[in-house]
Design a protein. Sequence first.
Length: 135
Amino acid sequence: DAPQECLLESFDVVKDPGALYGTHTVQVNVDLQKGCAERFIVKVPPNKGSYKASVWLRGGAVGAQMTVVYTERSGRPVTVARMGPTGRVTSDGWLELQSNSFPVDGEVAEAVYLRVIDYDAVGSSIDALELVADG
């Protein structure tokens, strides 16, 4: 679902003393002019459930959403849950984004992923992606 020039990875895992969890963050620098986005696959259990996702970002301007793609045989449409600011920020510049609750049928889902678009040419750091069951 991406142009050929977007198939190369547009991120680097970098050592970051300001990381929220662990010692590294992901630096995303996607070429929006070409219609590119970065995708980070998330594993889900092979059953039906609802989830909420959150991720923290620092610097730049990012659009993020959780996307669920189903097998063609399932007949189910792609599910998208856009992420928006929660209002939580840290003193060193991290901003939390969170999705609404979204359904996933893990028995027939082909892929579940965080889709990230970098809206400026500066790049952004992301950290601490969390997917939690919601009901």
